[in-house]
Design a protein around this ligand. Structure first.
Ligand code: 13P
Ligand code: SF4
Length: 318
């Protein structure tokens, strides 16, 4: 479609989603315009929960492909659409099905715990799924003597191993290029420029690694620090008495943070932390999705049925 006036486009989207009985779910990294027209904006866990309980027959998922697949696995009877089928994720691409099967063969008695940032095929090989907000609880729910294969994010894995004290966790060496790109140097510069700020960090960030010992105790160089999912960060900054925050994650989250807390100041740990996959979704593509019922995300039934077990185990714990 031709690019048109944004407010008219938003009006058309709101009208169409009502007429066609569509619910719009948006991740916290989506562009501001999409967050404005979404019925729910949240983190991976929150959006999975919404997908499971919404009444509408169609879910238009404004996020990346694995998130829309997760919604489809949870609600197989619903139609799930994504505005751009190419919206992928470098982290979910960091392990293949063959690699996982080989890894499991090497550790036949281990429990496989996989981050929600994985394809449906990978989820179908997992015992448990987890997200950044419940990974610690999921690992704690597994008997201490059981070996764990944790995939695919090495930074989240190291953080979980540190917090739970697990010594029998094998961690896949995958990473998200956006979070891995936020360096300890970026962080130091921003923290130095905002001496009185609190520091909130997403567990996919590599900048956490040198700080893990301090972070597990909740402070870093005498500063309040929290490692949280995107929704956890939003709750934290709302509840905190602090006025200034350095935020180490994808910069799209700052829109909601600022909107919900107009009297507080937020700066990104790195201005370059932008996920090009998340930003592939635009209002024009959302409009086209609604008009043309595209792009439908499907998951073969045999894969979805197996993957659902891992997701359901996660939802039962958190
Ligand atoms: P959250 O579940 O914390 O929103 O994280 C999802 C994600 O893709 C982070 O890069
Ligand atoms: Fe994947 Fe990283 Fe983008 Fe999140 S920010 S969707 S983990 S590439």
């Amino acid at each position: 479609m031709l690019v048109q006036d944004t407010s008219k486009l938003k009006e058309d989207i709101l009208r169409l989603k009502k007429e066609k009985d569509v619910v719009i779910l948006a991740h916290n990294y989506q562009i501001p315009g999409i967050q404005d027209i979404a019925d729910f904006t949240g983190d991976s866990l929150g959006l999975s929960r919404q997908a499971a309980k919404v009444d509408q027959k169609t879910i238009l998922f404004c996020g990346v492909h694995f998130m829309a697949e997760t919604a489809k696995i949870i609600s197989p009877q619903k139609k799930v659409l994504i505005p751009d089928l190419e919206a992928g994720c470098s982290l979910s691409d960091s392990i293949t099905l063959d690699e996982l099967k080989n890894w499991k063969k090497q550790h036949p008695n281990a429990i496989a715990v996989g981050y929600v940032n994985t394809t449906a095929e990978i989820k179908s090989e997992l015992d448990y799924c987890c997200t950044s907000s419940n990974a610690v609880n999921v690992v704690n729910a597994i008997p201490k003597d059981k070996e764990i294969l944790f995939l695919p994010d090495m930074f989240l894995g190291s953080y979980v191993a540190k917090v739970t004290g697990r010594k029998n966790m094998h961690i896949w060496a995958g990473e998200c290029h956006v979070h891995a790109g936020i360096t300890p140097d970026d962080v130091t510069k921003k923290l130095d420029s905002m001496k009185d700020s609190e520091f909130v960090i997403h567990p996919e960030c590599s900048c956490t690694t040198p700080m893990l010992y301090d972070l597990a105790s909740g402070s870093f160089n005498d500063r309040n620090v929290s490692i949280l999912s995107t929704e956890g960060m939003l709750n934290k900054v709302k509840d905190s008495k602090a006025k200034n925050f350095v935020v180490a994650t994808e910069t799209g989250i700052l829109y909601r943070m600022q909107k919900e807390n107009p009297d507080k100041t937020f700066v990104p740990a790195s201005d370059k932390a932008e996920c090009q996959h998340m930003k592939m979704n635009t209002l024009e593509k959302v409009y086209d999705s609604l008009v043309q019922d595209k792009y439908e995300v499907t998951v073969p039934k045999n894969i979805a049925d197996k993957a659902r077990l891992a997701i359901d185990r996660m939802l039962a714990i958190s």
